[in-house]
Write a protein that binds this ligand. Structure first.
Ligand code: SF4
Ligand code: SF4
Length: 462
């Protein structure tokens, strides 16, 4: 945090949005919120039908327009922000569907982050063990790849040593809130090693001269829970003619920090990632997780007021691309064939669609698989209720949104629900367990589905 000069109040900055830590939430909001964005909202309400929380409740305060009105009232000093204000900011999924519907181009996602930053920063607003635990995990574990791998190893041990069976059989899981006990069942087997341990730091392009040199963003949770997906992402890219490097100095993207009101931590992680990929000299930074990619693509904005990093952040952001988009746009054509007929549907990752603006590429790749019958799901562009850790912190609203989602998913008759983000994937698995038929329906990452159906050549690992 910036220090306070002797001759006046501390300067407001993104690392120190409040300037004076003694201020309450109202003062924090006054200093954090972007007045231009608040003023841009003309209250037309075009965003309301796009908003999942408004659609579930029909309550104006649960809509983007309502939340912006609350922020503006607090900013103007006509309302003292209290528990109701904080609750509405917490209820927002951060899916940013409202931005795509807004004719005035209101940057709602930025306003939300600024509001959450103020809430986290204001003294006495957040307290208790939940905040302490979250800070400890977000700052003490996620940014440290080695600690993440230790966590992955512990999860692996839990699953494979019989401890998981014991916990279930003994009823110990009943001590957890029901939604957490359900989650325990759908978590994949953690590998505990990570993509670099599997394939090395570099894969040579198949078929001669590389099309481009790309850096794989491996993620933090992604790399311990979905290591296989990371490996397959690297292999698909190499098959499509890309030289793939996986810089080992990269860290967590910072999305959970930024969305949870810890922008300072997100900025620090951004700097470390930019340095890692800059040094690797890549043409593209490839993400296979919509939630991570959406923050990576906004690093330019995140560090725009940092004179030392602004140019490098813009360099980095301009190179971020989702794996499906890159395969389709620049890769050598790959042939995919399903060994047996399969009906599939696709659930958009909100951040991939609404922030990275990619929705056609995954669909085009899936529909191009020989033997796959692609069926578009009604309202596939609506949030599934996962939203980072929303399904843990707001289980009721998340559960209601998931129930509607699964009605549409089940109506497609799909054997496999595909998606492009680990959080959405787990939520879809939860949805199948709760409202579907796990014996006939599965949920998969698009990369895993494509990789299983790839007609391969040869990829060299090094
Ligand atoms: S981010 Fe999503 S949940 Fe939040 S206000 Fe916008 S549309 Fe509604
Ligand atoms: S669509 Fe945009 S301008 Fe209209 S109410 Fe929503 S946020 Fe405001």
């Amino acid at each position: 945090m910036a220090g306070r000069p002797a001759d006046g109040p501390a300067k407001k900055s993104r690392d120190n949005p409040a300037g004076n830590p003694a201020n309450g939430l109202a003062a924090k909001l006054k200093l954090s919120l972007d007045e231009d964005q608040l003023m841009n909202c003309m209250r037309c309400g075009f965003c309301l039908p796009a908003c999942p929380t408004y659609r579930e409740t029909g309550v104006e305060a649960e809509s983007p327009r309502g939340r912006i009105a609350l922020m503006k009232a607090a900013f103007d000093g006509v309302m003292e922000p209290a528990a109701g204000f904080i609750e509405q900011m917490d209820h927002c999924l951060g899916c940013r569907a409202c931005e795509t519907a807004c004719p005035a181009d209101v940057k709602y996602g930025r306003l939300l982050e600024q509001a959450r930053d103020a809430i986290e920063d204001a003294p006495g607003v957040r307290s208790g063990w939940a905040r302490v635990l979250r800070r400890a995990v977000f700052r003490g574990v996620f940014p440290h790849p080695r600690r993440m791998r230790l966590l992955g190893g512990a999860l692996k041990l839990y699953r494979r040593s019989g401890l998981a069976r014991l916990a279930r059989a003994s009823g110990a899981l009943k001590l957890l809130p029901p939604h957490l006990a359900e989650m325990e069942r759908i978590l994949p087997d953690a590998a505990g090693d990570g993509v670099v341990a599997r394939v090395g730091p570099r894969l040579a392009a198949a078929g001669g001269e590389p099309v481009a040199k790309v850096g794989l963003f491996r993620g933090c949770i992604m790399d311990i829970l979905f290591t296989d997906t990371n490996v397959r992402t690297a292999e698909l890219l190499a098959e499509a003619g890309f030289e793939v490097v996986i810089p080992d100095a990269q860290v967590c993207c910072g999305a959970l920090h930024a969305h949870g009101g810890d922008t300072a931590a997100a900025r620090e992680l951004a700097r470390r990632n930019i340095r890692a990929f800059r040094e690797a000299g890549v043409d593209h930074v490839v993400s296979n997780a919509g939630g991570c990619g959406a923050l990576l693509v906004e690093y330019g904005h995140l560090l725009e007021d940092d004179p030392e990093w602004a140019d490098d952040a813009a360099w980095f952001a301009a190179r971020v691309i989702d794996v499906a988009e890159l395969l389709l746009r620049r890769g050598r054509p790959l042939a995919f064939a399903s060994p047996e007929p399969v009906r599939v549907t696709y659930q958009d990752s909100c951040h991939l669609r609404n922030v990275m603006k990619s929705s056609g590429a995954p669909r085009a790749l899936i529909a191009g698989v020989e033997g796959a019958d692609y069926c578009e799901m009604k309202e596939a562009d609506r949030c599934c209720g996962s939203a980072g850790i929303y399904n843990i912190t707001q289980p009721e609203m998340s559960g209601a949104i998931l129930e509607s989602k699964m009605e549409h998913a089940n109506a497609t008759g799909a054997d496999i629900i595909l998606t492009s983000n680990p959080g959405c994937l787990l939520q879809m698995k939860l949805g199948v367990a709760r409202h579907g038929d796990p014996s006939r329906t599965d949920a998969m990452h698009v990369v895993d589905f494509l990789h299983e159906r790839l007609r391969r050549s040869n990829v060299k690992h090094s």
